[in-house]
Design a protein around this ligand. Structure first.
Ligand code: C2E
Ligand code: CA
Ligand code: CA
Length: 514
């Protein structure tokens, strides 16, 4: 039987089953047999007597599934997409006719692929089972929940008289809280989050259930852009944005090859001497029509397209080219920091490639700082990631822990990975000169770093006050808009010259005395 035929049979079965197996049908059986005998005689009666059990069997009446004869997911036991679409169709038309209200939710577990990659399929299944149960527990009788993809669930609320935006948002919040409770798997605990998009029936664009589904999917996609843990309700301009993202994906790959995605460089300075101690390479896309696209917009697109490895090659190549150019111009830039995402750190050839590139450019490994996010360590890095970081550190590159303070890296992990510098996250730096609580946190981090013999850099320093305080507290390096914004390579030489000229005449600000 072809897939299309079996789909059709399933649809007929799913539509008829509820009516056929409903108790009221039994009340009509005697009338049906009598009428058959009266109209068609004994032969017709025989056909009905033999035929009815066959119809019953074909509808799955003997399989014990009865009125729940829709196909179900093996892992979660929830309805699958097909059955859900039928239910959605019914609710959509019910609401249109009666004026009752409903909402459609699409929920996706964040970073599910990473979880399966890290912990295996069985763990992934257990997580989906748990999430499915928890989502179902937040709903009322009559609401429909289904598993509609590897990491996706959908909910259709049973039509009611009163349903406003606020109660829909609250429900999304309850679903998220339920999913985000810790899940214990064979003695270890995993934490997952989810993104949710939803669309009220009354705000669904178009006249069909399919358009309602597309709207909820657009809201989910928007939530994921702002995720993890995003919640978004559908609005009319979303569909356009989601289409724009689709085309961004196609363009990103070409842009990378066409040299439109390049590093810009943000200066880092030493609080002791005031001199440039390095630059961080930050990816920028100079789009011919859209203008400057920030990494928050295109990194997820590259990640989805599996292009992060290519991005790190491009970033590394241009960063090493910049180091050679600064050397040739006679300016002293000790090192460049390049960001590496988890996906890039999983490349088994990473350290070999970097070693080869450094040799090709004639640069010692100490000129390259490898920035890894603190969360890379807390995510239980796999063997390849661990080996890569160890190999790069052995090679002589500096390993820096990015966004420090946001990811709970353990001290033993800091030791194991031979971290040379921590980059204190901007959230600790913000208003530090005016907020004693911030000062205490920074002081605690700096004390810990000193004991562990780690260098420190504060990120996101915007004001002279923050800069002075960090220098006084003994932070080794600072980086931020207050010192200099990320800039294209061409502007770096002028910036360095102007900065050095300022150093000549400016009084020293808050040099520390550690
Ligand atoms: P990050 O590594 O933490 O980079 C610092 C971000 O903070 C940069 O944002 C920078 O422009 C911004 N920033 C610097 N100083 C200030 C400040 O004083 N105030 C504020 N509000 N922001 C400041 P950007 O360039 O948008 O990059 C965002 C993130 O994207 C980076 O965060 C990094 O995680 C990622 N990223 C950027 N380039 C690359 C890359 O080539 N590869 C990878 N894997 N990730 C990259
Ligand atoms: Ca960074
Ligand atoms: Ca950072």
């Amino acid at each position: 039987m072809t897939k299309a035929n079996s789909g059709l049979l399933n649809r007929i079965r799913t539509r008829l089953a509820p009516a056929l197996f409903a108790p009221p049908i039994l009340a009509f059986l005697p009338a049906l047999t009598l009428a058959t005998f009266w109209l068609g005689g004994e032969a017709a009666l025989l056909w009905v007597a033999l035929g009815l059990p066959l119809v019953f069997a074909a509808m799955g009446g003997f399989s014990g599934r009865g009125r729940n004869a829709v196909p179900r997911d093996n892992v979660t036991g929830l309805m699958l997409r097909e059955g859900f679409e039928l239910e959605l169709d019914r609710v959509f038309h019910d609401c249109a006719k009666s004026g009752l209200r409903s909402a459609l939710y699409v929920i996706e577990v964040d970073d599910f692929k990473d979880l399966v990659h890290r912990d295996g399929q069985e763990a992934g299944d257990r997580v989906m089972l748990n999430c499915g149960e928890r989502i179902a527990s937040t709903l009322r009788n009559g609401d429909t929940v289904a598993r509609i993809g590897d990491s996706k669930f959908a909910i259709c609320l049973t039509p009611v008289l009163q349903l406003d935006l606020e109660s829909c948002v609250q429900l999304a919040g309850r679903i998220q809280a339920a999913v985000e409770e810790p899940i214990s798997l064979d003695g270890s605990t995993v934490y997952v989050s989810c993104s949710i998009g939803f669309c009220l029936h009354s705000r669904a664009p178009g006249e069909t259930p399919a358009e309602w589904t597309t709207a909820a999917a657009a809201a989910l996609s928007e939530a994921q852009q702002n995720g993890p843990s995003g919640i978004r309700v559908f609005s009319a301009d979303m569909q356009q944005r989601s289409m724009a993202r689709g085309s961004l994906r196609e363009e990103a790959a070409e842009a990378l090859e066409a040299g439109q995605i390049l590093p810009w460089f943000q200066p880092q300075i030493c609080t002791d001497t005031g001199r440039v101690s390095g630059f961080e390479a930050l990816a920028r896309w100079m789009h011919p029509v859209r203008g400057l696209v920030p990494p928050a917009k295109f990194l997820p697109v590259l990640e989805d397209a599996g292009l992060m490895e290519r991005l790190s090659q491009v970033m590394l190549y241009h960063s090493l080219t910049a180091l050679n150019a600064w050397d040739a111009a006679g300016v002293k830039v000790p090192a460049v920091g390049v960001n590496f995402a988890t996906q890039e750190l999983r490349n088994p050839n990473l350290s070999e490639n970097i070693k080869w590139e450094l040799e090709r450019f004639g640069l010692p490994p100490t000129r390259l700082s490898v920035e890894i996010l603190e969360t890379v360590m807390t995510d239980q890095p796999d063997d390849v990631v661990t080996r890569n970081i160890a190999a790069l550190s052995e090679l002589g590159c500096h390993i820096e822990l990015d966004d420090f303070g946001t990811g709970h890296a353990s001290i033993s992990a800091v030791r194991r990975f031979n971290i040379s510098r921590i980059k204190i996250d901007r959230s600790f730096v913000l208003r530090a000169d005016r907020d004693p609580d911030q000062q205490k946190l920074i002081a605690a981090i700096l004390t810990m770093a000193e004991r562990l013999d780690l260098e420190t850099l504060a990120e996101g320093v915007e004001t002279v006050g923050e800069h002075a305080l960090l220098a006084q507290l003994g932070c080794d390096h600072v980086q931020g808009f207050g010192i200099g914004r990320p800039m294209p390579f061409d502007q770096t030489l002028d910036w360095i010259t102007a900065h050095e000229a300022k150093l000549q005449d400016a009084p020293e600000i808050g040099r520390h005395t550690r």
